[in-house]
Ligand binder design. Structure first.
Ligand SMILES: Nc1ncnc2c1ncn2[C@@H]1O[C@H](COP(=O)(O)OP(=O)(O)OP(=O)(O)O)[C@@H](O)[C@H]1O
Ligand SMILES: [Mg+2]
Length: 329
């Protein structure tokens, strides 16, 4: 059994002009200790997926269906109280913008300590000692002094380190990081990435990493899920995906990524621009969701949606024309 099993997840939003199918039948899993990246253009449902896992989608207008099993337990069936015991404890999250996620009127130490006192019943002094330890772990100098400071006294990079310290304070089994480096400048991005890789080995948490940056994916992830218009169009181990992309959308995204490892040299490796627009998620599309932008589009694509199929070992793609290699039975 995998640590996290997302099965046929559908997160839809009721809007004035129709239902927005932000996530439409997504299935994937994450093993204990594994790092899985989710990539795709803006609006394809990455953040909605992560918010769904933590059950942070406002209902209404949102509505979640399917199953999200964590250690075999379906999170969608838990009460809000049971869910609160899991959030920030067994599953924690790092958001893109550290300033808006930190509380400006609480000290750094209080914010790290909050989760520890709530979930692990530590006393005030135990929580503060642990907060200092966590600041040390994420590489903040003079942690005894910093623990008493407030968010505005820290630089952007330091605040993101504090966010990571908060997320890891309770030793979560799963960390969801939604664009954890996007708001930072490139040098700091590289430092935070280094930190995440180092922590992955030391802390052993599984990570779901959401990012636009393929350099980050190459550096940190073991497996990659490519999303388009609320669905998974391709999934493969990271080296396989970069070497042998099978979906025309993935090939398009990879177009501007000449070499692996460039994120640590400070070069930005954003997804390539693909001509055309993502289709409206409010309309049912009969054929392939990518057909309207696909250079290989045929009549078949407009009529019949391709199923997500295993095209090579551990490598799935949803394209009628993706080449299929021998998959051992
Ligand atoms: N609370 C909400 N109410 C209505 N629609 C929403 C809500 N939250 C998200 N959506 C819609 O869900 C779709 C997916 O959004 P999501 O934020 O998951 O995209 P994303 O892949 O994270 O994009 P980005 O890369 O820009 O962060 C979008 O069409 C968005 O407008
Ligand atoms: Mg997002």
């Amino acid at each position: 059994m995998a640590l996290l099993e997302v099965e046929n997840l559908q997160t839809h939003f009721a809007t004035a002009d129709g239902v927005n199918r932000a996530v439409d039948g997504l299935t994937f899993s994450v093993e204990a200790g594994e790092t899985v990246a989710i990539v795709g253009e803006s609006g394809c449902g990455k953040s909605v997926t992560s918010m769904s896992i933590l059950r942070l989608i406002p209902e209404p207008p949102g509505k979640i269906a399917g199953a999200i099993r964590f250690n075999g337990k379906d999170l969608l069936k838990l009460s809000e109280r049971e869910m609160r015991a899991i959030r920030g404890n067994e599953i924690s999250m790092i958001f893109q913008e550290p300033m808006t996620s930190l509380n400006p009127v609480l000290s750094i130490g209080q914010q790290i300590g909050e989760a520890l006192r709530l979930h692990q019943g530590l006393s005030k002094s135990q929580a503060e000692a642990r907060a200092v330890e966590m600041l040390k772990l994420v590489g903040i100098p003079a942690p005894e002094k910093r623990v008493k400071e407030y968010p505005h006294q820290l630089s952007g990079g330091m605040r993101q380190r504090v966010m990571i310290a908060i997320a890891l304070a309770c030793n979560p089994k799963l960390l969801i990081a939604d664009e954890p480096t996007t708001a930072l400048d490139v040098t700091i991005q590289a430092q935070i990435l280094d930190l995440m890789r180092d922590l992955k080995h030391r802390v052993g948490a599984a990570i779901v990493l959401i990012t636009h940056d393929l350099g980050v994916v190459a550096e940190v992830a073991e497996r990659v899920i490519v999303m388009y218009a609320g669905r998974k169009v391709e999934e493969a181990p990271v080296n396989e995906l970069f070497k042998n992309p099978k979906h025309p959308y993935t090939k398009g995204l990879l177009g501007a990524v000449p070499k692996l490892g460039s994120s640590l040299t400070g070069e930005s490796t954003r997804l390539a621009e693909i001509p055309g627009l993502v289709p409206s998620l409010k309309k049912r599309i009969q054929g392939c969701v990518f057909a309207s932008r696909c250079p290989q589009q045929t009549e078949l694509c407009l009529e019949i949606a391709p199923a997500l199929e295993e095209k090579a070992p551990r490598h799935q793609a949803a394209c009628h024309y993706a080449t299929k290699e021998a998959v051992p039975a």
